[in-house]
Design a protein around this ligand. Structure first.
Ligand code: AMP
Length: 210
């Protein structure tokens, strides 16, 4: 099974993607997580990606495609993957279609998490990450356990100005993927992403027939 999670930054792709990947027994390929790890480790990729990420801009496509190929080549991805944060524009979608075809894989569908901008801004301002595990929390909706609470940090690109730019980039470059996939006949499952984490999980499972 190959699914793409689509939605604005902060729509819940990471959280829902992890559950979905676990339920399906396939990995989640989250390009944002891979890039953040590269920045943290100070790799060549991280150094190239950092300035784009800090500004809320997209990292150049040629840096992203190699990561996706590498992730799909892992034995754990033999039966499929959940793509989170990729593709981010039509050019990446076209490249992904080529990679999948080359490898005899098919795209089963898109899960589109629909969340209004004002809810996104509220969510992202409260979002915190555990630097040790990468686990994501929210100060109100999903607070970290006491032993983790002291070390959680805010992602630099979750600051308000950067969030606004990321929303602009989403609207201009990523949202057109909805029509792109609809016109290609790929099922687009639009899910209301404003409820509780478990309600959204259930809505996704129901829609996918899991
Ligand atoms: P995310 O965690 O998916 O919100 O990604 C955080 C940041 O990483 C984005 O704002 C981009 O700068 C970069 N990024 C993640 N995935 C991609 C992608 N597929 N293409 C380009 N840039 C990306």
């Amino acid at each position: 099974m190959h699914l793409i999670l689509l939605g604005a930054p902060g729509a819940g792709k990471g959280t829902q993607g992890s559950t979905l990947a676990e339920n399906l027994g396939i990995p989640k390929i989250a390009t944002g997580d891979i890039l953040r790890n590269a920045v943290r480790d100070g790799t060549d990729l991280g150094r190239k990606a950092k300035e784009f990420m800090d500004a809320g801009e997209l990292v150049p496509d040629e840096l992203i495609l190699g990561l996706v190929r590498e992730a799909l080549a892992q034995p754990s991805a033999g039966a499929g993957a959940i793509f989170d944060g990729f593709p981010r524009n039509v050019a990446q979608a076209t490249s992904l279609a080529g990679i999948l075809e080359e490898q005899g894989r098919t795209l089963d569908g898109i899960v589109l998490l629909d969340v209004p901008d004002d809810v996104i801004v509220e969510r992202m301002s409260g979002r915190r990450t555990d630097p040790e595990t990468g686990e994501v929390y929210h100060v109100r909706h999903n607070p970290p356990p006491a032993e983790v609470a002291e070390r959680v940090v805010q992602r630099p690109d979750d600051r308000e100005e950067t969030v606004r730019n990321r929303l602009r980039v989403y609207a201009a470059q990523t949202a057109p993927l909805i029509e792109h996939y609809q016109s290609e006949g790929v099922p687009v499952h639009r899910i209301d992403g404003t409820g509780s984490i478990t309600a959204i999980q259930e809505a996704i499972s129901l829609r996918l027939g899991l």
